[in-house]
Design a binder for this molecule. Structure first.
Ligand code: NAP
Length: 251
């Protein structure tokens, strides 16, 4: 069994989750990558192991499926030990006129972005309670600061993640567990490039970067750096907070 603290990163096969998995592994965590996309998760775990750090991939894990989440977390425990850090990063974006959103689409967006966070958190909390130490970081979205046209389902689900974060922080603070959220803004990942290709950004990534106060798009590593701090021992007095990482696009 690993002597390192174990961290679960959902959606760790791509973009922001991949950068977080790399960063936490290089900071000394044993990282479990849970992702719908098994090949991508395996690829990232391989990259991390090639650097001499510790990572295991668990594919075909849909965070909106409680049974799959519980089964994956059981396997993480038996291979890497109790889970003391959870990064709820897996997310599903969507862009649809509000009046065209049917129940199935609404439910799917809520299921992945909100219910997934609920299921993963319930799956790992017993380990953190037992250890009297834990760190949870929920990746929400800068769209929760401002709202976003055509993304009512996504923004509603991510805003609920912010509320979940604050309430969890109050309930589990006395048990040594911190819970915070990072709402990323405009981070250059396959998700963002997919939205650019579909013409959903109202301009190119480069055009947006020129209008961003720090004059660039975000990098997945920017989110990973904030996450690495929030899961550290040093961040024990930070809980229930919204730590925006957005280049000044939202203040
Ligand atoms: P990404 O590149 O699309 O990566 C997301 C990863 O999560 C992919 O590997 C994806 O697998 C996986 N995933 C999707 N649905 C899943 C599910 N139901 N269960 C398990 N894994 C699932 O996206 P990203 O840009 O890095 O986004 C990461 C998080 O940041 C998301 O929560 C997103 O909403 C949030 N965010 C991103 C930005 C941004 O600017 N990029 C801004 C605000 C918020 P597949 O490839 O198979 O779908």
């Amino acid at each position: 069994m690993s002597q390192r603290r174990t961290a679960v990163v959902t959606g760790g096969g791509s973009g922001i989750g991949r950068a977080i998995a790399h960063r936490l592994a290089s900071d000394g965590f044993a990282v479990a990558i849970l992702d719908l996309n098994g090949e991508a998760a395996e690829r990232v775990a391989d990259e991390i192991r090639q650097k001499g750090d510790e990572a295991v991939a668990f594919g075909d894990v849909d965070v909106s499926d409680r049974a799959k989440v519980n089964a994956a977390v059981d396997k993480v425990r038996s291979s890497l030990g109790p889970v003391l850090v959870l990064v709820n990063n897996a997310g599903l974006t969507a862009s649809d006129p509000f009046m065209k959103i049917g129940d199935d689409l609404w439910d799917r967006v809520v299921a992945v972005n909100l219910n997934g966070t609920f299921y993963c958190t319930q799956a790992v909390l017993p380990d953190m309670i037992e250890a009297k130490w834990g760190r949870i970081v929920n990746i929400s979205s800068s769209s929760t600061h401002s709202g976003q046209p055509y993304m009512t389902h996504y923004v509603a689900a991510k805003s609920a993640v912010v509320g979940l974060t604050k309430s969890l922080a109050l309930e589990f603070g006395p048990k040594g567990i911190t819970v915070n959220t990072i709402p990323p803004g405009f981070v250059d990942t396959p998700m963002l490039r997919g939205s650019e290709e579909k013409g959903l950004l109202g301009g190119s990534v480069d055009e947006h970067a020129k209008r961003t106060p720090v004059r660039r798009a975000g990098r997945p590593e920017d989110i990973a750096a904030a996450c690495a701090f929030l899961v550290s021992d040093e961040a024990g007095y930070i809980t229930g907070q919204i730590i925006g990482v957005n280049g000044g696009r939202n203040t």
